[in-house]
Design a protein around this ligand. Structure first.
Ligand code: 16G
Ligand code: ZN
Length: 533
């Protein structure tokens, strides 16, 4: 049974602030770091219980608020294969986090254990990590109290990126099995990626040095180590690496800044020269946005949609070259935020599915393809190879040297790509591989299709929960009547498209619009916003 006395005395040290409702949303719990202490303690307990429920498999806990401002923090749980926590447990997490007192919490725990028939005699293992936020260490110690309250085994993975933590969870749980994912350490991760990368670019001319904007976050630390492992294979130049400067994190830099403002971070202005390319990570290094300066010193952004198009085309080419194209089919997963230009371009070539925002939706949809390429426009994404495809790759006998080369490339890609979750650095190496194989500059990559001008607007409303959507968030079903008005507005704009959805991470409603030119996209966005005030 539960060690009630121990839980009680530890829980009393982590009281829930009154008048605050916590919610496990698309990205876990996320709010001001200063009010998350009780949530972290309870998440430690929940992680241990999830581990017991899954027969002692290791569960991951990541403390980060990604691209949000420095005072924010957050926490999310990672399931045994390195994927996001199963949705049903998001509700349990929310219930436990909101029990007002220690007594109420213990009662909720007890009910939870009985309803889910969790066998408390099973072992429990939890691995946890944090990003560079100043609130991180205290929040980690609250998680440790939760783990100790359950007498579970904790492993501190220190300060590292979100994708490394996801990798670790999968590596730990597959250790010694035939599905072994890699050595269960950050070093093991770096080695796995860089060994695959070096094989993929062997014999190719070294690409020009690559600027990486690390958003002054944990990506800086991982990028530095990655650069050492890569040596001359590609020279990385990490910038915005001030992880200890107060207020610097995600401030006018990083992938979210670039995507949202469609601008180069001012700190890179003098560094990115004509013809050069660079990229930005977000605060926990799970997102990636590329860009380049053209010969007239114009900035061009290459977002998640452009990455998906580049990578998917490359994998299709390789399956053809290997003679596997009728056995291994590539499919794409996007969200409503994917630029209409990309959706048109991709759906003329490959199956494309649209799903609601949030990595777990994309991930699950991508699992249904032989090779599923999923990217959010904001730069979060990866490529999944199904177990059957991996099997085919390992048993396939190529009939020509050219087929054999292509097959080896695909196999190396399965090692280079972090298949647990979107991974800014792994995706960056993937992009570099494709550019190197195709001898593409940023400009050539960009030319596959033209982005439609678009505009994203935030609207603060009294209650965002009254906004409900259908059709992968592309249509509003509530409040009634608004969708018809949106449709009517959209019809007046050439190439117009617009949708409204409640944010899963902020107390706002988002409006997206695109049209044939900048002015029209802006106008459509603001007129649709006007409908929902
Ligand atoms: C979270 C999601 C991200 C999504 C974003 C949308 C994960 C790990 N992260 O950051 O994929 O794009 O939320 O935010 O799922 P919004 O709901 O506020 O628009
Ligand atoms: Zn992130």
């Amino acid at each position: 049974s539960l060690a009630v006395d121990r839980i009680r005395s530890l829980s009393d040290q982590h009281p829930k602030p009154s008048n605050i409702h916590f919610q496990y949303g698309t990205a876990g719990f996320r709010t001001l770091g200063s009010i998350l202490d009780s949530v972290m303690f309870r998440v430690g307990i929940l992680a241990a219980l999830r581990s017991k429920k899954l027969d002692g498999k290791t569960i991951g806990v990541m403390v980060t608020a990604s691209h949000n401002p420095e005072p924010d923090n957050g926490v999310k749980l990672v399931d045994p294969r390195g994927e996001m926590l199963e949705s049903a447990w998001e509700v349990h997490a929310t219930v436990l986090a909101n029990a007002p007192t220690t007594d109420a919490f213990i009662e909720a725990l007890d009910t939870f254990v009985r309803t889910l028939k969790i066998d408390l005699s099973k072992p429990a293992k939890v691995v946890y990590a944090r990003d560079t936020r100043p609130s991180g260490p205290a929040l980690i110690s609250a998680i440790e109290d939760g783990i100790n309250a359950m007498d579970a085994e904790g492993r501190d993975a220190g300060v590292t990126s979100t994708p490394v933590l996801h990798y670790l969870v999968r590596a730990i749980n597959t250790k010694g099995t035939k599905d072994e994912y890699g050595e269960d350490s950050e070093e093991g991760y770096l080695r796995k990626l860089t060994v695959a990368f070096k094989k993929l670019v062997a014999g190719k001319p070294a690409p020009p040095p690559l600027l990486i904007d690390c958003a002054n976050g944990v990506g800086a630390q991982v990028a530095h180590k990655l650069a050492e492992h890569l040596g001359d294979a590609v020279r990385l130049i990490p910038v915005n690496t001030a992880t200890t400067t107060p207020g610097a994190l995600n401030n006018s830099c990083g992938a979210d800044f670039v995507k949202t403002s469609q601008k180069l971070p001012p700190s890179l202005n003098s560094q990115l020269t004509a013809g050069q390319r660079g990229c930005s990570l977000d605060g926990d290094a799970d997102r990636l946005i590329y860009y380049y300066m053209d010969s007239r010193n114009q900035f061009h952004m290459l977002d998640g949609d452009k990455i998906a198009a580049l990578v998917a085309a490359f994998i299709v080419d390789l399956t053809k070259a290997a003679g596997l194209d009728d056995q291994i089919k590539v499919g794409i997963v996007q969200t409503a935020y994917a630029n209409g230009g990309s959706t048109k371009y991709l759906s003329e070539r490959l199956p494309v599915k649209c799903v609601p925002t949030g990595v777990k939706h994309l991930h699950h949809a991508a699992e249904k393809y032989d090779v599923g390429v999923y990217f959010e426009a904001n730069g979060h994404g990866t490529v999944l190879f199904s177990p059957e495809s991996l099997e085919k790759l390992s048993s396939y006998e190529p009939s020509t040297p050219a087929q054999s080369t292509a097959l080896n490339h695909i196999i190396n890609l399965t090692q280079l790509i972090n298949q647990t979750v979107g991974d800014g650095l792994s995706d960056m190496l993937l992009v570099e591989v494709v550019l190197s194989h195709k001898s593409y500059s940023g400009e050539e990559w960009d030319s596959s299709y033209v982005d439609l001008p678009n505009r994203l607007v935030k609207v603060v409303v009294a209650d965002r929960n009254i906004f409900r959507t259908e059709d992968a968030e592309r249509r509003l079903i509530s409040p009634p009547g608004i969708q018809a008005k949106i449709d009517e507005l959209v019809r007046r704009y050439e190439g117009g498209r617009s949708f409204v959805r409640p944010s899963g991470t902020e107390d706002v409603v988002r409006v997206y619009a695109e049209a044939m030119n900048r002015t029209q996209a802006d106008e459509l966005a603001f007129r649709v916003a006007g409908l929902i005030y």
